[in-house]
Design a protein around this ligand. Sequence first.
Ligand SMILES: NC(=O)C1=CN([C@@H]2O[C@H](COP(=O)(O)OP(=O)(O)OC[C@H]3O[C@@H](n4cnc5c(N)ncnc54)[C@H](O)[C@@H]3O)[C@@H](O)[C@H]2O)C=CC1
Ligand SMILES: O=C(O)[C@H]1O[C@H](OP(=O)(O)OP(=O)(O)OC[C@H]2O[C@@H](n3ccc(=O)[nH]c3=O)[C@H](O)[C@@H]2O)[C@H](O)[C@@H](O)[C@@H]1O
Length: 426
Amino acid sequence: MDICIVGAGYVGLTTAALLAELGHSIHCIDKDISKIKLLNEGKSPIHEPGLEELLRKNQQNGKLIFSDDREACFLNAPILLIAVGTPSKPNGDTKLTALKSVFEQISRNISSHKLIIIKSTVPPSTNEWLHQYLIKSGVDATLFDIVSNPEFLREGSAVYDSFHPDKIVIGSSSPSAIETVKKIYEKLNAPYIETSLTGAELMKYASNAFLATKISFINEFSRICDQYGVDVNEISTSIGMDPRIGPHFLQSGLGYGGSCFPKDLDALGYAARKRRIKTDILRAVKKVNEDQVDYYINKLDKEIHGLKGKQITVWGLTFKPNTDDTRESQSVKLCEKLLKRGCSVVTYDPKVQTIRIPIDFAPDMYQAAKYSHALIVATDWQQFKSPDWLKVKRAMIGNTILDGRNCLDRNEVIAAGLNYVGVGRP
Ligand SMILES: NC(=O)C1=CN([C@@H]2O[C@H](COP(=O)(O)OP(=O)(O)OC[C@H]3O[C@@H](n4cnc5c(N)ncnc54)[C@H](O)[C@@H]3O)[C@@H](O)[C@H]2O)C=CC1
Ligand SMILES: O=C(O)[C@H]1O[C@H](OP(=O)(O)OP(=O)(O)OC[C@H]2O[C@@H](n3ccc(=O)[nH]c3=O)[C@H](O)[C@@H]2O)[C@H](O)[C@@H](O)[C@@H]1O
């Protein structure tokens, strides 16, 4: 099938690679000309394992074309898949500027039937609103169908996730549109969930909100474990064995970040408030997450007898490993707070070399530890989990290692003569 993907970000690019690989003819467009230029040079503008190779392979075999000629794509492609960003406003509402601009262009360039698939995460009833928008713009209702088809991939494993989804949610009131979407994905081995437009939107928010709730639950629990000298990792393993709870998203640490959990929780809270629904759980999830960075910093403060004037090493700036994304990263928030408390910060991240705050970047993880009073593992990149701790000890002035992701082998750290500190890790 001929499909035009609008938005060459994490979701748009991964979906473009997936659908081209499944045999479809893909045109992927973006308003950002520099991204398109890079992609046409065979380079991915984002770091996502396996993505660049897959994009290049499908560009070479002619299945995937990148362009910035949006109007031509809107005119020609019978299927439009929209994956533009939907960031938050300060009040928690969602900025739909990109989506509205795409729909404005579609309304001006529609002369044959379009199946419009919305992949972007949007607040409940946005897809209904977009439907009405096209009608009000004078587009005949027979000329288009809208389908809500939310995305559940995770950054860092986006390619794997999109080839192995645990379900494909298809929200629409049009049976023929639903059938076409099923055909697009027919080579994937995943169950379909058919629902309404708004049902699909809410399934996406429920998923992210529940996952964030699990994380904040275990993070709050880690503070209780801290007081009782019990290892929270053992608690996670134990409760995770109960199939009613499940083992995933119970890794305690500095908390969740990224471009989605914080924004989607805010958007859901905002949508609920608009309908006068109180969202006590959502508020508590957010509060625990916000407090978590302070909890770690206060623990470090006690451990090294004051922070002011100390040099702290932070390993990892991305919001999770295997990505170059620092949006809403707890690690970046940690650095900002350390600076405010009078520390100097030296950092190393395998994928980030600059950031908008005044911290120093070292060329490798060991040089980052040089002359520091304490070292914090803030992102659980594989290489930080089992480093040469003796080398770290020789580089540092102090000897405290704060495990911000509860991902280190405590005994290895202690064996090197270092002081292991975690939250909920005796
Ligand atoms: N990043 C993730 O892991 C996931 C994101 N989502 C959702 O998918 C959507 C996209 O997210 P990302 O891919 O992370 O965003 P992104 O910010 O990486 O990419 C969005 C792209 O859309 C382009 N764009 C904006 N306006 C445009 C326009 N009018 N015409 C053409 N291109 C335009 C931007 O230049 C950018 O390249 C969001 O709604 C997000 O919540 C859903 C699941 C996973
Ligand atoms: O809507 C989205 O954008 C996506 O949001 C998340 O994916 P993502 O944000 O890429 O990454 P996650 O693996 O969910 O991690 C999010 C944050 O939670 C933290 N986390 C995760 C798991 C855990 O047990 N503990 C924990 O602190 C991670 O360090 C990270 O900061 C969801 O997992 C995806 O299903 C969803 O599609």
